[in-house]
Design a protein around this ligand. Sequence first.
Ligand SMILES: [Zn+2]
Length: 110
Amino acid sequence: MALAESVLQIVEETARHHGASRVRAVHLTIGRLSHVEPEALAFSFEVVTRNSIAQDAQLEIHTSEGVAWCMECSDTVSLDRLGDACPRCAGYQLQVTGGDEMRVRDIEID
Ligand SMILES: [Zn+2]
């Protein structure tokens, strides 16, 4: 719920900044390695946006790939889930470098 609220806060600030009367859609990027559950977030978003400028806004969720640096391979590899081993050397010397973020990518306003 807190996450949906912070998204709404960003959306409201952006809408106000642009003098918008209505928010049509919100595009979110959620990394595969973030702990965000897209369906749960979509539900919370619907709840927190009630009676706000973003009421009825379409929430579009985009997923970004998980990327990690493998110390064994000295290379960047892709990761499906946190805790997975390196797909190349099966080691766990991994440092997540991407795909653990959650951000507002775009907002469509009227
Ligand atoms: Zn590796």
